[in-house]
Design a protein around this ligand. Structure first.
Ligand code: SF4
Ligand code: SF4
Length: 323
């Protein structure tokens, strides 16, 4: 087993990803490719390059450094700045990720996303905020990407976190064999479980995979007595209809065991820059962000079934949100 795993971010003071204040650890790599993904840099297992064009002064140092002719030549800075620009700095098909261009850039415009970290290095950062966990019931949330996609490393990390007395949440899309998923779940205090759609073809269309395994694992998980928080990213035109939420509430209420709560997560487009930095045209770039108030009616379907439900997923009883 590899001693390191690629981590895209360690995000502190998160309040929407499990109880209390959390430190979210994002592992790189995911078997799904959800159209609304808010962390597109976590989908590939490989290190990638962000090109932050607003920081680029078009000096051309990266062009000279690239041995594969993968960097576009400098252009008039005025032409590269407008948000509507489709200028691409890097030809990702030619690039072999040698990162010589990143080393050459003195302006922070080229950045590697995905740094290899050991379990000790990750937990060193996580444990810095232990006093805040102790006061709030918080801890570490292991996310991604998809933790089961790096199962051996994720299991070891969860186990070590538990051994150090941390509260641990596992954030998963459930697309893994039951054997793999249960290996990780046994070390988690709570599982945050994504539900995107109940219709198999709608699920395949927007995530790239079938949902049968995901729904089956959710049923097994609740039947095992695990504390499960179901999280539904609500996306306009996809799963925001009252019919969908009525059906989802009925489905969740009929699972073999009770789920602890449902969190409806309204679509937002704060991640637009990341798609831009990766040179990807985001199909949902023009989709309007949802106001939390738009979910006031759907959420009542879950409550009517006796399932506690939130809009936004706050881990605090006063409902505070991430800034
Ligand atoms: S990572 Fe290497 S191959 Fe890719 S664009 Fe940069 S210098 Fe060229
Ligand atoms: S080295 Fe950095 S600042 Fe210079 S052209 Fe390349 S990305 Fe832009």
């Amino acid at each position: 087993m590899c001693d390191t795993c690629l981590v895209t971010d360690i995000q502190k003071f998160a309040v929407n990803d499990g109880p209390g204040f959390r430190t979210n650890v994002f592992l790189k790599g995911c078997p799904l490719s959800c159209a609304w993904c808010h962390n597109p840099e976590t989908i590939s297992r490989e290190p990638e390059i962000f090109w932050k064009r607003r920081l680029c002064v078009q000096c051309g140092e990266c062009l000279s450094a690239c041995p594969r002719d993968a960097v576009a030549p400098p252009v008039d800075p005025a032409l590269s700045q407008p948000p509507e620009s489709r200028y691409r700095k890097i030809d990702r098909a030619k690039c072999d990720r040698c990162m010589k261009c990143v080393d050459a850039c003195k302006y922070g415009a080229l950045v590697v996303t995905g740094r290899p970290m050991t379990i000790d290095e990750i937990l060193f950062e996580v444990e810095q905020d232990r006093p805040f966990y102790d006061n709030s019931g918080g801890g570490m949330t292991l996310s991604g990407g998809e933790p089961t996609f790096n199962a051996d490393f994720a299991e070891k990390l969860l186990l070590e976190a538990k051994n150090r007395g941390l509260h641990v949440a596992l954030d998963t899309n459930g697309f893994a064999s039951w054997e793999t998923l249960s290996r990780l779940v046994q070390h988690a205090d709570v599982v945050l479980y994504d539900l995107k759609h109940l219709d198999p073809s709608a699920h395949r269309e927007k995530t790239g995979v079938d949902n049968a395994l995901i729904l089956e694992n959710l049923a097994r998980l609740t039947g095992s007595g695990t504390e499960v928080w179901v999280r539904i990213p609500v996306v306009p035109g996809y799963n925001d209809s009252l019919a969908f939420h009525k059906e989802a509430a009925e489905f969740l209420a009929k699972l073999p065991g009770k789920i602890a709560r449902v969190d409806l997560l309204p679509f937002h487009n704060w991640c637009q820059d990341k798609y831009d930095w990766l040179g990807i045209d985001w199909p949902l770039a023009e989709t309007q962000a949802m106001e939390p108030s738009m979910l006031e009616i759907p959420i009542e379907f879950y409550r009517a079934k006796g399932i506690p439900a939130t809009v936004g997923g706050s881990g605090f009883e006063d409902g505070r949100e991430a800034s």
